[in-house]
Design a protein around this ligand. Structure first.
Ligand code: SF4
Ligand code: SF4
Length: 227
């Protein structure tokens, strides 16, 4: 599948997800940014989408901002979500991950607003709460939304199975190189460099038994996407 087809599938998935989320009464609102931390992760496909947006809007300066302001203690995943699903399905122990709450705000957050909002990573889009996190200190999320988030994250990785997953800042810095970008667009990536992990297709979806029936209509919609 070529890169444009992958980008189109991702856009359709996001439309499906936004429609799903519209059914919930959420506290999330503009300028609420407690969840905008340096620990967001995403795939290379999502990073490429952001890059295209920055180029179209003549805002590639953000790449320097990201490089300059990426926090040294930002979260860097050791496995992708599909790899994690495999490990769990085999009853093995996933590697220990280190996530520091001290990593600070996202490098592009400015005046509590996201300059990438229309193309923000799915990890940002799916971070929602029924109560304001600033008041509670945590996100209060319906367990079904958590399941749906995992399923969408797994499918997003699946369509970018030849790419990588990593911290937002690391993926953007990787794609900031002309050579890396061209290799990615041509489907010529090799082993993941330091700080990024290889994506893989979905082999098993992380859906708890109590949500298997309820989620079927979303799976049907995702699987019906044609480009
Ligand atoms: S997840 Fe929490 S911090 Fe983020 S926008 Fe929603 S209420 Fe605000
Ligand atoms: S990319 Fe945007 S929405 Fe995501 S954490 Fe950064 S500022 Fe927040």
């Amino acid at each position: 599948m070529n890169l444009n087809a992958k980008l189109t599938i991702m856009e359709r998935m996001i439309d499906i997800y936004d429609q799903f989320l519209g059914e919930f009464d959420l506290a999330c609102e503009k300028f609420c940014a407690h969840c905008c931390t340096a620990n967001v992760t995403m795939t290379t496909l999502e990073g490429y989408r952001i890059l295209v947006h920055l180029e179209k809007t003549a805002a590639t300066d953000y790449l320097q901002t990201i490089a300059r302001q990426s926090h040294p203690d930002r979260f860097t995943p050791r496995v992708s979500i599909n790899r994690l699903a495999d490990i769990c399905a085999r009853d093995s122990d996933p590697p220990e991950e280190h996530l520091s709450p001290e990593a600070g705000p996202c490098p592009v957050l400015a005046d509590n607003a996201c300059p990438l909002y229309p193309v923000r990573p799915f990890g940002c889009r799916c971070m929602v709460s029924v109560r304001n996190c600033g008041e509670t200190g945590f996100a209060d999320m319906d367990p079904f939304i958590l399941t749906v988030n995992d399923v969408f994250l797994q499918h997003l990785e699946h369509i970018d199975a030849q790419g990588y997953t990593g911290n937002f800042a690391d993926v953007m810095q990787f794609l900031d190189s002309d050579e890396n970008r061209q290799n990615y667009a041509a489907g010529r990536l090799n082993a993941a460099p330091d700080g990024l992990v290889a994506n893989q297709p979905v082999f098993v979806l992380m859906i708890p038994p109590e949500h298997r029936g309820r989620i079927q209509y979303l799976l049907t919609q995702i699987r019906s996407i044609q480009v």
